[in-house]
Design a protein around this ligand. Structure first.
Ligand SMILES: C[S@@+](CC[C@H](N)C(=O)[O-])C[C@H]1O[C@@H](n2cnc3c(N)ncnc32)[C@H](O)[C@@H]1O
Ligand code: SF4
Length: 477
C-alpha cells in the first residue's frame, strides 16, 4: 500500500503502527498522491484527514476537526493520528491490533504512568477508549503494573542493578540474533574478557558508592558456558566487591553447559536465581532450530537445581517456533507443569535480521496464525497453575504482533526483570554490548551501550568507562 503523509514528523509512529498491521514489506511512503490506484492519504494541519483511494475511487474519507482540543499530556497528537489510522484499517480491511496505538516495547510503563495520574479505573478507560487496546491487554498490563508496584515502591533511593554480559555460547541457535561467540572458536578470549569485565567493575565501584545495590544479573549468551574455574573466579570477585544484592541471577540456559558441580558452584557463590531454558520439549523442533538439547539431561539438571534449593528457577519457552502447533505446546506445558518452576517466561518468536532462521526464509504463515491461540493457551495454563504475569515487553519482528510475558509463582517475581523493563532504577551494564541506564529524575533517562563486538569492546574499554563515569555523575534537577 502507498502512503502519503504530509508531516514527516509523524512518519516513524505511523510506519510502526502500519508495519505491525500489514508488515513492512507492504508499505511504501510516497511524496505525492497523483496516482490514486491504492493509496492512503494522511494530512495533518489544524485538522486531521484520513483518505483512502482504490482504483481512483474514494473508499474512505474522514476528517477530524480541531485536533488540538482532543489531545492532552497523555493522549498526544501522534496517538490521535495512530488511532485514526487504526480505525481506518479496522473499517476498511477488518485488520486491528490488540495493542491499539501502543507500538513501543514497554506498554506496562504506559499503564504505570496512567495509573499514577488517573487511578486504575481512569487508566483503564484511557487505555480502552482512547488508546484502543483490547480489554484483555488492558487487564493484563494494569494487573502487571499493580504487582510491579510492590517491588518498585520498595526500591531504595539511588538504587542500581548490575547487568553483566557473558557473550559466549556452545553453538548458535537458528532463531538467535544476539551478539554471541562460539566458545570453541574463541576460548582464547575468555581470560582477557573476564579480566576486562572485572576492570570495568573495579573502576566503577568507587563511583557507585553513593548508590544502593539492588540486584545482580549475569546474562548472555550463556554464562555457564564458562568453565568452573573461570566462573568461580568471576563470582568470587563479584561477591567480595558487590555485597548484599537482594537477588543474584545467572542464566544457565543450556543444559549442555551444566553439570551438578557447576550448579553447586553457583549455589555456593550465593546465586539465588537461575534460568534453565527448554524453549520447547519437542525434539523435532529442537533439531529444526539448531538447538542442541537433551531433554532428559535438562530435566535431571532441573531436579538437581531444585535439590540445591535455589530460591527461584526460571524456564524460557518460545511460542511460534517453526512447525509447532497447539498440541506441541500443550505437551511442553504438561512437562513444565510437572516440573513446576518458580518462573516461566514465554517469548513469541521474533524473526530478526542476523538470525539463521531469517536467512532460510521459512514460510511461517501457519505459526503466525497460531501464536494468538498459543498465547491464550499459555495464559490459561498460567492461571490454572498459579503463575501470575509480572512483566511484559514487546519486540519488533515478533510473530502476530504479540508480546513476551514473564510469569511467576507469588512472591518469586524477578526484581531485575521488573526494574530493568520499567526503567525504575539505574542499570549498570558491564561487558560487550551491555546497556546501561542512568535515571536522572523528571523522566530523564540517559542510555549507554558498550561496543557490540569483542575487538572494539576490549580495545576501547577505558573510553567506555570514562563515558559511564561521566553519565553516573551527571546531575539534572
Ligand atoms: C538472551 S537469550 C539467552 C538465554 C540462553 N542463552 C539460552 O539460550 O537458553 C534469552 C531468551 O530469549 C529468547 N529468545 C532469543 N531469541 C529469540 C527470538 N528470536 N525470538 C523469541 N525469543 C527469543 C529465548 O527464549 C532465550 O532463552
Ligand atoms: S539462544 Fe541462547 S544459547 Fe542459543 S545462541 Fe542465543 S544466546 Fe546462545
Amino acid at each position: 500500500m502507498k502512503i502519503y503523509l504530509n508531516d514527516l514528523n509523524y512518519k516513524y509512529e505511523v510506519f510502526e503502527l502500519i508495519r505491525s498491521l500489514i508488515g513492512k514489506e507492504n508499505i511504501e511512503f510516497v511524496d505525492d498522491y497523483k496516482s490514486l490506484d491504492d493509496i492512503l492519504i494522511i494530512k495533518i494541519h489544524e485538522d486531521l484527514e484520513v483518505k483512502y483511494y482504490l482504483n481512483k475511487e474514494i473508499k474512505y474519507n474522514k476528517k477530524i476537526t480541531n485536533t488540538k482540543i482532543l489531545v492532552d499530556e497523555y493522549f498526544k497528537e501522534k496517538m490521535l493520528i495512530k488511532a485514526e489510522v487504526l480505525k481506518f484499517f479496522k473499517e476498511e480491511f477488518n485488520i486491528s491490533s490488540d495493542w491499539g496505538v501502543l507500538t513501543g516495547i514497554r506498554p506496562v510503563k504506559v499503564a504505570h504512568s496512567l495509573i499514577n495520574q488517573f487511578g486504575i479505573e481512569g487508566a483503564r478507560k484511557i487505555l480502552r477508549d482512547k488508546m484502543l487496546l483490547k480489554e484483555n491487554k488492558v487487564n493484563l498490563i494494569t494487573s502487571i503494573s499493580t504487582i510491579q508496584d510492590n517491588y518498585i515502591n520498595r526500591l531504595k533511593k539511588n538504587s542500581y542493578s548490575l547487568y553483566i554480559n557473558i557473550p559466549f555460547c556452545p553453538t548458535r541457535c537458528d532463531y538467535c540474533s544476539f551478539s554471541t561467540l562460539k566458545i570453541e572458536k574463541h576460548k582464547n578470549l575468555v581470560p582477557i574478557y573476564i579480566e576486562t569485565i572485572i576492570h570495568e567493575l573495579n573502576s566503577l565501584k568507587k563511583y557507585l558508592s553513593g548508590y544502593n545495590l539492588s540486584t545482580i544479573y549475569i546474562g548472555g549468551g550463556t554464562p555457564t558456558t564458562l568453565n568452573e574455574d573461570s566462573l568461580k573466579y568471576l563470582l568470587t570477585y563479584i561477591n567480595e566487591n558487590f555485597e548484599n544484592a537482594t537477588e543474584f541471577t545467572v542464566e544457565a540456559g543450556r543444559e549442555d553447559t551444566l553439570s551438578y558441580e557447576k550448579l553447586r558452584l553457583l549455589k555456593e557463590q550465593k546465586i539465588s536465581r537461575i534460568s534453565l531454558n527448554p524453549q520447547t520439549f519437542k525434539s523435532d523442533t529442537l533439531n529444526l532450530i539448531g538447538r542442541k538439547q537433551n531433554n532428559e539431561e535438562l530435566i535431571k539438571r532441573y531436579y538437581e537445581a531444585k535439590e540445591l534449593k535455589f530460591s527461584s528457577i526460571n524456564m524460557d519457552l518460545i511460542i511460534g517456533l517453526p512447525r509447532e502447533n497447539l498440541t506441541d505446546l500443550e505437551n511442553t506445558l504438561k512437562i513444565v507443569k510437572d516440573l513446576s518452576p518458580e518462573n516461566l517466561t514465554i517469548h513469541t518468536l521474533a524473526v530478526k535480521k542476523g538470525s539463521k532462521i531469517s536467512e532460510r526464509s521459512l514460510n511461517l504463515e501457519d505459526e503466525k496464525n497460531n501464536v494468538l491461540n498459543m498465547m491464550d493457551m499459555v495464559v490459561d495454563f498460567a492461571s490454572q497453575n498459579d503463575f501470575i504475569p509480572y512483566y511484559l515487553y514487546r519486540q519488533k519482528q515478533i510473530l502476530g504482533n504479540m508480546e513476551n510475558i514473564g510469569f511467576s509463582k507469588q512472591g518469586k517475581e524477578c526484581i531485575y526483570n521488573i526494574t530493568m523493563m520499567e526503567e525504575a532504577e539505574n542499570i549498570i551494564g558491564i561487558g560487550m554490548g551491555a546497556s546501561s541506564k542512568f535515571i536522572k529524575g523528571n523522566n530523564m533517562i540517559l542510555n549507554h551501550r558498550n561496543y557490540m563486538n569483542m575487538k572494539d569492546y576490549l580495545e576501547n574499554i577505558d573510553n567506555l568507562l570514562l563515558k559511564k563515569i561521566e553519565l553516573l555523575g551527571e546531575k539534572y534537577d
